[in-house]
Design a protein around this ligand. Structure first.
Ligand SMILES: Nc1nc2c(ncn2[C@@H]2O[C@H](COP(=O)(O)OP(=O)(O)OP(=O)(O)O)[C@@H](O)[C@H]2O)c(=O)[nH]1
Ligand SMILES: [Mg+2]
Length: 609
């Protein structure tokens, strides 16, 4: 059967996964009456809860007698580290651009990767059904982007479709009738070349496949997925795996070959060059290794993954409340889990740290690391997390110290531009552009150090009353920007172990805003709120003696506390300072000082200074 391999790429939320739903549906992949969830490809828990795609996934549909393998990619910048390697599996891309939001930072990032690989994109201006769609300008901006990215002439000649993926239609011309996605299917078949390697898909050529993703399956073991570069593979055949330097990793027998069929995978006996398949039977081979016939001596070239830009320390939880909620608490199990993650998730790196109870985990952003830690806490882990640090480097030529820089796009109501510019410049960001986008909104673009952006998102939402939208993407390494101011406010720290008492909390509300409420279990050194002042304060949230100015009946219910602030894991990680930790357990997220005992803390401060 003739074959096409295509990936869908776009900025976060521009509608990739929703479009794949409709492509699956309209190709007749689902049984009649089959119950299918919305965004069916976003199959893991965190993807469904957060409403974003975290892992790239492949599916396959049959259309007009052709097989089309479709790869859905994540749009969020934190998960873009391996997009280039994913794109090396396909022969074409569909670039989606939201008809109202237009070109965004990640549009630029993924398009630049696709162009660099020589792929010829099909452009789809999506969500045409939006009230605020402005497709003419958007098309112009897309064209400008191709030019800015120095697309080759044949890449510039891209076809354009207009679509509403959610409503299941695409058209070549807005005057056309809006009935189905057939115009998009047709363009994919016409414009995306058949796999170049198809001619090599016979037994005379040795089997070679570069592993692009890895998964663990309880029955099959390691499942290695990639596109077959040449030759044929059959079940029960003996093959080997080579690492990037062509060194032998292992020899093994292929126990299973799986092909993508809609939302599931089916076992097949035989697969040939050009197809994207998964292979089981190997025990150590991993991403970027080449699976091949025993006669092959040279590995396929694996595209390097973008290096990590930030890191956190993940250590054992040694708080007084440790071990009560999770069953995976020892450094050995944490170590094992983290190294396993790094193996399957090539954008994450794990290193032992100076202390044997802690590990350095680095990745592409706070969300990516947050997803990992959230996954661990759901599996029953307890850990403590440090404040994220950016990874500096020295300029390879001049030796000058450099730090990761990002491009930040901010969309706000005109009234908030002042405060945003003020706060961003405090964080050493340079404004590079500012323009009205209509309807009283402004887009401001900054070039900013990642270091300055840690913890800014929460502040940004407060400053813009929740209406601002911020998008960021790694740009490059730039000269070190010098010291930054720390968190503007100090914290309130518990002096005692026990349960928080309403009267005491009511009294403390004068001192700042609280993160805990009546009955919350506390310990000495735990952070229970943000101080109204810039210095830390040790307080007693357990003092239960009724205060004299209380005339109420003496019952707790008579005192109304202001609702306390509850932080998500990512907010907590972004909030803490360098001398603090986030304690993560399956049920709780607590903030604490590294040094729990007050006089020890004072001493540590002096040593640091
Ligand atoms: N108005 C409109 N909304 C759409 C359309 N397609 C998708 N959406 C909405 O846009 C949001 C994001 O859709 P997704 O399909 O998850 O977007 P995505 O590009 O896969 O997002 P990431 O994988 O996280 O990058 C959802 O709320 C969809 O309902 C469309 O054609 N029109
Ligand atoms: Mg998606």
């Amino acid at each position: 059967m003739e074959l096409r391999n295509v990936a869908i790429i776009a900025h976060v939320d521009h509608g990739k996964t929703t479009l794949v739903d409709q492509l699956l549906k309209q190709s007749g992949t689902f049984r009649e009456n089959q119950q299918v969830q919305e965004r069916a490809m976003d199959s893991n828990d965190q993807e469904r809860e957060r409403g974003i795609t975290i892992l790239a996934k492949a599916t396959s549909v049959e259309w007009n007698g052709l097989r089309i393998n479709i790869v859905d990619t994540p749009g969020h910048a934190d998960f873009g580290g391996e997009v280039e390697r994913i794109l090396s599996m396909v022969d074409g891309v569909v670039l989606l651009v939201d008809a109202a939001e237009s070109v965004m930072p990640q549009t630029k990032f993924v398009l630049s990767k696709a162009l660099k690989l020589g792929l010829k994109p099909i452009v789809v201006i999506n969500k045409i059904d939006r009230q605020d769609a402005r497709h003419e300008e958007v098309l112009e901006e897309i064209f400008d982007l191709f030019l800015a990215l120095e697309a080759a002439d044949d890449q510039l000649d891209f076809p354009v479709l207009y679509a509403s993926g959610r409503n299941g239609w695409a058209v070549n011309d807005l005057k056309d009738e809006r009935t189905s996605l057939n115009p998009l299917f047709e363009q994919i078949v016409r414009y995306v070349p058949a796999p170049k390697v198809a001619a090599l898909g016979n037994e005379e050529h040795p089997f070679k496949m570069l592993v692009t993703t890895i998964q663990a399956d309880p029955y099959l073991g390691r499942i290695l997925t990639g596109r077959i570069e040449s030759g044929v593979v059959t079940t029960n055949r003996n093959i080997k795996a080579l690492n990037n330097d062509s060194g032998l990793v292992e020899k093994a027998r292929v126990t299973k070959i799986l092909a993508f069929r809609g939302l599931s995978r089916v076992g097949i006996e035989h697969a040939e060059a050009g197809d994207i398949v998964s292979i089981a039977g190997l025990s150590t081979a991993t991403v970027a290794d080449t699976l091949c016939d025993l006669t092959v001596e040279e590995a396929l070239h694996a595209i390097p993954v973008d290096p990590p830009t930030i890191s956190i320390t993940v250590g054992v939880n040694d708080s007084p409340l440790a071990g009560r909620e999770g069953d995976k608490v020892q450094s050995r199990v944490i170590r094992e889990r983290l190294f396993r993650e790094a193996e399957g998730n090539v954008a994450i790196k794990v290193k032992e740290s100076d202390s044997k109870d802690a590990f350095e985990v680095s990745g592409r952003g706070e969300l990516q690391l947050g997803v990992l830690i959230e996954g661990m806490r759901r599996e029953g882990f307890e850990v403590s997390i440090s404040r994220p640090r950016v990874l500096f480097r020295n300029d390879p030529e001049t030796g000058e110290r450099q730090e990761p820089m990002e491009e930040v796009y901010i969309d706000v109501d005109d009234a908030y531009t002042g405060i945003v510019i003020e706060k961003m410049s405090l964080r050493k960001a340079e404004m590079t552009d500012m323009r009205p986008t209509g309807a009283g909104k402004t887009r401001i673009t900054f070039y900013a150090p990642s270091r300055g952006l840690i913890g800014y998102h929460g502040q940004f939402l407060t400053d813009t009353r929740g209406t601002g939208i911020m998008n960021r993407v790694f740009k490059d390494y730039g000269p070190f920007k010098g010291a930054l101011e720390g968190r503007p406010r100090g914290v309130l720290i518990s002096l005692e172990d026990g349960e928080a008492v309403t009267y005491a909390l009511w009294y403390l509300e004068e001192r700042g805003s609280l993160f805990v409420t009546t009955g919350t279990k506390l310990y000495q050194g735990m952070i229970i709120g943000e101080s109204a002042r810039d210095n830390d304060m040790d307080v007693n949230p357990l003092k239960s003696k009724q205060l004299t100015n209380f005339r109420a009946s003496g019952k707790d219910e008579a005192v109304r506390l202001t609702p306390h602030r509850v932080m998500t894991l990512e907010q907590a990680i972004a909030y803490i300072d360098t001398d603090e930790l986030v304690e993560v357990t399956p049920k709780s997220i607590r903030l604490r000082k590294k040094q729990l005992v007050p006089h020890m803390r004072k001493r540590a401060e002096k040593v640091d200074a």
